[in-house]
Design a binder for this molecule. Structure first.
Ligand SMILES: Nc1ncnc2c1ncn2[C@@H]1O[C@H](COP(=O)(O)OP(=O)(O)OP(=O)(O)O)[C@@H](O)[C@H]1O
Ligand SMILES: [Mg+2]
Length: 521
């Protein structure tokens, strides 16, 4: 802080003199000369002001994207300001245990680089027009300003700023609190939240150790992910964007979402949960994807439900056009908004994904999940887009052993054999196995839990058997009914034929009689 004082006292005396001259001039000079005087005065001030100022805005490119430089400076300064700034802002993080401090607005701190002093200030501009708003931060503009003496201009622009960027990134990585992002509807992008994504701390406890699945497949996926995360140079060498797509498919409750959490925990990545139905059109989707950070997993759950795979999304009511036009403007607006809903097309999604890879270098993983892989368009999941297809299926014995170890802390038990053969004979999702194995009270011991699972498996087996039998019976009944209908039809046809024949014969007989009689007459 002493340096800031020094700077201002030096600058203050120079500027003070200039201001005095300015005031005197304004008072005593004729009015018509004041304009040209002001022009020269500004030049003198610029000449006398020995500092260069560099501004770093929070948002760049028409608010398209939060500036990476701004975020890095924030991290860099958070370390410096804790020691020197007098007014700090605190963000409470993880379990409310610790707080991340950063300098408050209009606060200044000094930094030193290769013996050169620089000054940083955090600023914000509030909107000039007074609007009544529930959200005070609407339209405010935040920025950092770096001030440095003119003579160090080159050192600062060439070395210091890149030093800040590098250190800022490192500090951010070290202090990183992983986030789970979800997309905001686009009407909120420019409002009080002014963000395309909302976030909460990502604290999902699932890891690959808690994931119950085939041991070999699990190892394969882990290795694949680790190889990817270390593959920066490799991807650069082979000329491919540093990204990887995973398609997770399987019935509900087989661990697709849990696996995404495990992936994020293994790699220490953020998760962007992209709700496609809230995205109105392809351009919005592109903006959303561009606003994701590197080291992240972009997730689109239930892809088959969130997009029309044929690309035609017109609503039935729109086509029919027989809906009553609402008269009041509010309902009309809501209807219009509804109509606009989800114009994201398959080709739009594919373009965005491909475009995303070519426009941002950082490591990103994209994951699609679905319960019905066969419904998906092959173009969406071809290799290169979705590089690895992973089937998560019903609980196998390997998966059960993971649950037994995690839930009951056992590696073996006399009931394991029976459970293994039952699992081979019936389909039960890992979610159901987990539910049965979980102790329900303090009195539930290992034996109780395992027995409950055995019973559930037997019930499931019985139910499946009954279902098969029912289905077979139903099929047989249907077949029988079909046969019955067929024979009735055949009978009818036959009797119809007979009638026709009788009729024809009758007609022929009559004709012959007529002929005969005619001849006789
Ligand atoms: N393979 C698994 N390993 C560990 N836990 C699992 C597994 N599968 C399911 N579970 C448990 O079941 C619950 C539901 O699993 P999850 O949400 O991952 O299923 P999902 O496949 O994503 O289902 P859906 O298709 O309905 O989204 C989880 O909370 C988890 O505890
Ligand atoms: Mg899920």
């Amino acid at each position: 802080m002493t340096m800031v004082g020094e700077m201002w006292s030096h600058l203050g005396s120079t500027m003070g003199t200039l201001m005095l001259v300015y005031t005197l001039f304004k008072q005593f000079f004729p009015h018509h000369l004041q304009d040209s005087f002001e022009k020269y005065f500004n030049r003198i001030v610029r000449f006398a002001y020995p500092y260069v100022e560099i501004t770093f805005d929070e948002f760049t490119g028409e608010r398209m994207k939060r500036s990476e430089a701004y975020s890095r400076i924030k991290s860099y300064l958070s370390d410096k300001s804790t020691a020197s700034a007098k007014r700090l802002k605190a963000d409470v993080v993880k379990d409310s245990q610790s707080a991340v401090l950063s300098m408050d607005y209009n606060e200044e701190i000094t930094d030193e680089f290769q013996g050169v002093k620089v000054w940083w200030s955090a600023n914000r501009i509030l909107p000039t027009t007074q609007r009544i708003s529930w959200y005070p931060n609407d339209d405010e503009k935040k920025y950092y300003r770096l001030t440095v003496h003119k003579r160090h201009r080159e050192l600062i622009t060439q070395s210091y700023i890149s030093h800040v960027m590098m250190e800022g990134k490192e500090i951010a990585t070290k202090k990183r609190q992983r986030k789970l992002y979800s997309n905001n509807p686009s009407q909120n992008w420019y409002g009080y939240r002014r963000s395309k994504w909302s976030n909460v701390l990502f604290e999902h406890p699932a890891t690959f150790d808690t994931l119950a699945m085939d041991a070999k497949l699990k190892e394969e996926i882990k290795n694949d992910l680790i190889k990817f995360s270390k593959g920066k140079d490799y991807y650069a060498r082979i000329g491919k964007a540093w990204k990887r797509g995973y398609l997770l498919y399987g019935p509900p409750g087989t661990g697709k979402s849990s696996m995404i959490a495990a992936m994020a925990n293994l790699l220490d990545y953020d998760v962007y949960d992209l709700e496609l139905t809230a995205v109105k059109e392809n351009t919005e989707l592109r903006r959303l994807l561009l606003d994701t950070s590197s080291k992240s997993i972009i997730v689109i759950e239930d892809i088959d439900c969130s997009i029309d795979l044929t690309g035609q999304r017109e609503k039935k009511t729109e086509k029919d056009g027989n809906e009553d036009e609402p008269s009041d403007p509010v309902t009309k607006r809501v209807k219009e908004e509804e109509k606009k809903e989800s114009k994201v097309t398959l080709s739009g999604l594919l373009n965005c994904i491909d475009g995303l890879w070519s426009s941002c270098g950082g490591e990103r993983i994209i994951v699609f999940t679905t319960n019905y892989v066969e419904k998906l368009d092959p173009a969406l999941i071809r290799r290169g887009r979705m590089d690895k297809h992973i089937e998560l299926s019903y609980c196998c014995f390997d998966a059960f052993k993971v649950f037994a170890k995690n839930y009951l802390e056992i590696d073996s038990h006399s009931l394991f054999g029976e459970i293994e053969s039952l699992l081979g004979e019936t389909n039960m999702t890992p979610a159901d196995v987990a539910e049965n194995l979980m102790p329900k009270s303090d009195y539930d011991d290992v034996e109780t839990c395992l027995k409950r699972l055995v019973k559930a498996l037997k019930d499931a087996k019985e139910e499946a058997k009954k279902k098969v039998e029912d289905e077979a019976r139903l099929k047989a009944e249907k077949e029988e009914e079909k046969q019955k209908q067929k024979s009735v039809k055949e009978e009818k046809e036959q009797s119809g034929k007979d009638d026709k024949e009788v009729k024809e014969n009758g007609v022929a007989l009559e004709a012959a009689e007529v002929k005969e009689n005619g001849v006789a007459h």
